[in-house]
Design a protein around this ligand. Sequence first.
Ligand SMILES: NC(=O)c1ccc[n+]([C@@H]2O[C@H](COP(=O)([O-])OP(=O)(O)OC[C@H]3O[C@@H](n4cnc5c(N)ncnc54)[C@H](O)[C@@H]3O)[C@@H](O)[C@H]2O)c1
Length: 419
Amino acid sequence: MGSKEESQIRDLALAPEGRRKIDWAAAHMPLLNTLRERFEKDVPFRGLKIGICLHLEAKTAYLAEVIQAGGAEVTVAASNPLSTQDDVVAALVDKGIYAFARHGADDAEYGAHLRALLDRHPDALIDDGGDLVGTLHRERPEQLPEIIGGCEETTTGILRLRALEREGALAFPMIAVNDAYCKYLFDNRYGTGQSVWDGIMRTTNLVVAGKTAVVVGYGWCGKGVAMRAKGLGARVVVCEVNPIKAIEAIMDGFAVMPLVEASREADFVITVTGNRGVVGKEAVAEMKDGAVLCNAGHFDVEIDKEALGEAGPPREVRRNVQEYRQRDGRRLYLLAEGRLVNLAAGDGHPVEVMDMTFALQALSLRRIVEQGRQWEPRVYPVPEDIDREVAKLRLATLGVRIDRLTEQQERYLRSWNLE
Ligand SMILES: NC(=O)c1ccc[n+]([C@@H]2O[C@H](COP(=O)([O-])OP(=O)(O)OC[C@H]3O[C@@H](n4cnc5c(N)ncnc54)[C@H](O)[C@@H]3O)[C@@H](O)[C@H]2O)c1
């Protein structure tokens, strides 16, 4: 059976709108276009089944098509049902890609979709957040030897892979794409920075200038969110648990204080920690009437919805905005049910940023299928030559040239004996 009969999606008739979205993204992804040409020539994935579990929107869809162009049979499932765009998924199925994803799928359907992807017996994987690799290790031990290896997109997924590795349970090599310079310096920082505020603004239609934005977590994503909040005219307060990151935030010009104190002043609270229960009862008790809360960390566990909803269930007051009334009458607003606000209430990162990230994914996947069988089952960094190649390709597409080390300078930098 082909992809149209086997896939589980909302409606194939949505494909033309999805195709327009993918075409727009593809037109702004010169790195992936270069790789597509290479893959069409070299066919590095010939005869292989590739399973992809990512946020299913236009840019990811184009990555799936580039891998298909390299000879793979591609199957996609969603890494988050709220970020799935049904029209984009339909367009993929129309192109012969197998898809198991529906916007708004509940937990049971989400799990069933991951299993349906695994039923297609992929040879290699791309995962985002670790749910696919986790399901495989928990539920399908017999399938583990079939997998050559894979790539993981995000910070949270890499934490889970490292936990598997520590227990000696990781069954195949995985490349930690998130930890490449060309990923976190641009995607986590500039991508999350821009798209989180895009998501908040399009969802609430509220002004940012003159307000207090509390950013919880000052990692690569948090830095971007704080930087763009400042640019929009907000007063920014950072909350951290890591003293070094806290100093970094201070030196970057932000106020730093514990979350409970910051909550009293917050107009916006944005969590980006990758941790759970970060905004809990104590912080909720301090928040002002009208405060807007949202999350940009991978899972919807950073804002404690039970603590928010102690006085009763929320009501939807605007698309993707839930009002939680507190016992004393204060109204607190949660965006996108606490899921990643930039993806669940927006289009995710800007296209050009994802062009770099997905070029890393495509090249890392190629490396894994070509060499992964000889590698130990461990978590590997993106090979340095791939990171540099992506940076060079990006500079070339920008038309920017840079200087080169002279031979003398290279020798100088390599030597210890400077006589
Ligand atoms: N929204 C997106 O599109 C997007 C993109 C990339 C990554 N992510 C996700 O965002 C999250 C953060 O990623 P990152 O790359 O910035 O990670 P990171 O590890 O660089 O930063 C996380 C920061 O949160 C801090 N932190 C942890 N627990 C805390 C707590 N209770 N209170 C305050 N601070 C706390 C840590 O000290 C750290 O500085 C991850 O879940 C990642 O998967 C989301």
